[in-house]
Ligand binder design. Sequence first.
Ligand SMILES: O=c1[nH]c(=O)c2nn[nH]c2[nH]1
Length: 295
Amino acid sequence: ASVAAARYGKDNVRVYKVEKDPATGVQTVTEMTVTVLLEGAIDVSYTKADNSVVVATDSMKNTVYIKAKEHPVTPPELFASYLGTHFIEKYPHITTANIKVVTHRWTRMTIDGKPHPHSFYRDGNETRNVEAVIQKGKGIDIRSGIVGLLVLKSTGSQFHGFVRDEYTTLPEVWDRILSTDVDCGWSWNTFSGMSAVEQAVPKFDKAWEDARSITMKTFAEEDSPSVQNTMYKMCGAILEAVPEVETVDYSLPNKHYFEIDLSWHKGTKNTGKDAEVYAPQSGPNGLIQLTVARS
Ligand SMILES: O=c1[nH]c(=O)c2nn[nH]c2[nH]1
């Protein structure tokens, strides 16, 4: 037997950082959950119980906090790159750092029409995510993403013309509810190193804003013939908006809302064009996945 693959590290490292502007008194907060997984010449720690190659995961956790103190924690693409680069530069036997940063939403409160200087609310379960792979001598690969953006439209969605055979019961529909929980990612051309990432910093926030607004605009405005076609259009629009991105991917659950026939009660009409009361379904759900490349 031989080691085919190995990586280890610390998961669920929760970090909060506050930035205080002394001139205005305005404080800005960032909360993220970080995962560090390292690869390299570590096999003997598994096969020979040789811990001399082990950077303790506890030390990795400590390093996350130190680097969060020393460096900006936004944009998450920059912080993930700093953190991963630290590990492969500090420990010669560590050749790959896999860093995941999940940024949670603390949206600034608006009180009496004015942004409050130091009060925020958790604006949904949506997160802004980054997965960075920093490889010694091979640069930095970054996939940015949006997870947990739960959306619904009450009409403007269709699904018909699909295979009909002895297994099919689903009726064709020209007007349906569409709801999904967006898991979207965009992968950047490989960065040669930290300086290339630093130069790209203005592009990361803009790309996230573009991806988020394109997702919602396309979802809202398309009279969707299927999840498949609508997500394909989202991918194309993001590729057009962000030249430095080489692929865009979506994984979209189709969160079904079933019509309820109420005709048993005094002939109540509640199906088709009369449908108003529906049964939201927890499962099963459709799951539609796609990756679109620029070339
Ligand atoms: O948009 C849809 N795509 C599908 O593949 C599918 N299958 N059932 N309902 C569906 N809706």
